[in-house]
Design a binder for this molecule. Structure first.
Ligand code: TRP
Ligand code: ZN
Length: 480
């Protein structure tokens, strides 16, 4: 079963939404009042204008690099953190916002000088001593501590800092949860490189994204320093802490080093699937183009650790209750579709899930299972009232819908329609050109449809009906 099937829609929580809007208004008013006398910059806004998540992300600066220093005590659940954020002002700024949920902020500096700190809801506002001029690169340091939160999403699933009964931790961030453990510009359009250092008691592992640059023990504690060289969206950042068994032997056929972490309680069941990673990546490279990152692997978390799998960059998290080859194919496909080519906004989520879901169908077809056409037909047979027709894949109506069935299944059906029109050769050429053109960057649905139209050449005209009916149209399309 794919991961999407397991994500269920929960009722929307509109009340919570309204409360947050009020706090924005207050914060904006405060910022305006305190901005006086000789100051030319204005505060950056507390959102990146995402229609589905208006408060997420921030305007006015562009983060290049996060350096996170996290010291965690599993016995108490206490985290002491420092985030060093290197960014460039995209306008004259008197203050700027970071997304940060919970935790106590001890202090903050901008370019080495103390900055005023204000908190309202999930917004952390820093006001430097002096304005930041447009184009200036600056370094902000935020020091904080506390017990990081677990967040409940609009669709009812849990993310943020998930603690398991054994004292282990799994930090997951789609769509918003990274702000539970570090302050950030928390929007997929704001990709950056990272250094993530995690210090835990000796005997535990701390696994994150990228490559392990060093592991140093001192006074009973071990620091794991991870380096993420390729840009990463905040929602793909992860930390897994626990008595993991590390498998860092070997490479993919194309020479990418592997690093996987497996919870000892699930070692036996996980082994056979972990062993398939090189084969799956070899197949995906043939279909999607060169693997986009410097390392690969998987984090096999304890059963029920999260309730879903997630395509965390370099090494997806796969709790054992979501561990099968098809889900692994899905999460590894996300390394191209989502992690390297990242949606410009949350409404573009079908560019992740439609392609990852379709990868499962392709894998099945290429490995003696049902063909993609059979999968398509099975879905198309579903009646008009089925949830897969509830909204167009490129236009999820609410935040709760970004993980909805239409995004996954009808998204995959869009990809299948494209394949049918182009034929296999042009279709795979399109996938490879797409992942190359937007490698390590962001792309929107419009970017995709334009790109596909151009790549399709003469067949391009026929795609517009797919966009109108399957991608943007309401209800079940009249013909398959
Ligand atoms: N991206 C995950 C997957 O398909 C599922 C998921 C977890 C998700 N959280 C989400 C999808 C939030 C959309 C939004 O493997
Ligand atoms: Zn997915």
């Amino acid at each position: 079963m794919d991961s999407g099937t397991e994500r269920r829609a929960a009722p929307q929580r509109r009340g919570a939404h309204r409360a947050r809007l009020v706090s924005v208004a207050l914060l904006t008013a405060l910022a305006v009042i305190s901005c006086s006398g000789g100051v030319t910059g204005t505060p950056g806004s507390s959102g990146a204008h995402d229609r589905l998540f208006p408060k997420l992300g921030n305007d006015g600066y562009d983060v290049q690099h996060y350096s996170l220093d996290l010291d965690y005590d599993p016995a108490t659940g206490h985290l002491v953190g420092a985030a060093t954020i290197v960014a460039r002002a995209t306008k004259d700024l008197s203050a700027f916002d970071l997304d940060f949920a919970g935790m106590d902020v001890r202090d903050a500096t901008v370019d080495g000088r103390p900055a005023a700190v204000n908190r309202a809801g999930d917004e952390l506002t820093l006001r430097p001593r002096e304005d930041l001029g447009k184009g200036a690169t600056f370094t902000a340091v935020v020091r904080y501590s506390g017990s990081p939160k677990t967040l409940t999403d609009a669709d009812g699933s849990q993310e943020g800092w998930l603690r398991s009964p054994g004292g282990g931790v799994l930090a997951l961030g789609e769509p918003t949860g990274s702000m539970a453990w570090f302050p950030s510009n928390n929007h997929p359009s704001a990709k950056a490189t990272y250094d993530i250092k995690v210090t835990v008691p000796d005997g535990l592992q701390a696994v994150s994204n990228g490559e392990l640059a060093s592991k140093v023990s001192n006074g009973g504690r071990t620091s794991f320093s991870w380096r993420v060289k390729e840009p990463m969206a905040t929602y793909l950042a992860t930390v897994a802490i626990g008595p993991y068994e590390i498998d860092d032997k070997g490479t993919t056929k194309s020479g990418i080093p592997l690093y996987s972490a497996v919870d000892p309680g699930v070692r036996q069941q996980a082994a056979a699937v972990v062993a398939r990673i090189p084969d799956i990546l070899e197949w995906e490279e043939k279909r999607f183009g060169p693997y986009p990152f410097s390392s690969a692997g998987v984090i096999v978390a304890p059963e029920k650790a999260s309730g879903y799998a997630l395509e965390t960059q370099n090494r997806p998290v796969m709790p054992l209750d979501h561990f099968d080859t098809s889900t692994l194919v899905h999460e590894l496909a996300h390394q191209w579709f989502g992690d390297s080519v990242t949606p410009a906004a949350w409404r573009d989520m079908w560019l992740n899930e439609g392609f990852a879901q379709y990868s499962e169908w392709l894998w099945s077809e290429d490995h003696g299972g049902a063909t993609a056409q059979q999968h398509f037909d099975e879905e198309y047979a579903k009646g008009e009232g089925d949830e897969i027709w509830a909204f167009p894949p490129a236009d999820p109506p609410t935040a709760a819908d970004v993980s909805g069935r239409p995004v996954y299944v009808r998204g995959a059906m869009v990809v299948h329609k494209i394949r049918g029109i182009l034929g296999d050769q042009k279709f795979y050429a399109l996938l490879q050109a797409w992942t190359r053109a937007h490698r390590h960057a962001n792309a929107s649905t419009t970017d995709f449809t334009r790109f596909a139209d151009e790549q399709a050449g003469e067949a391009g005209g026929k795609l517009s009906a797919v966009w109108d009916t399957w991608l943007h149209g309401d209800g079940k399309p009249d013909s398959p």
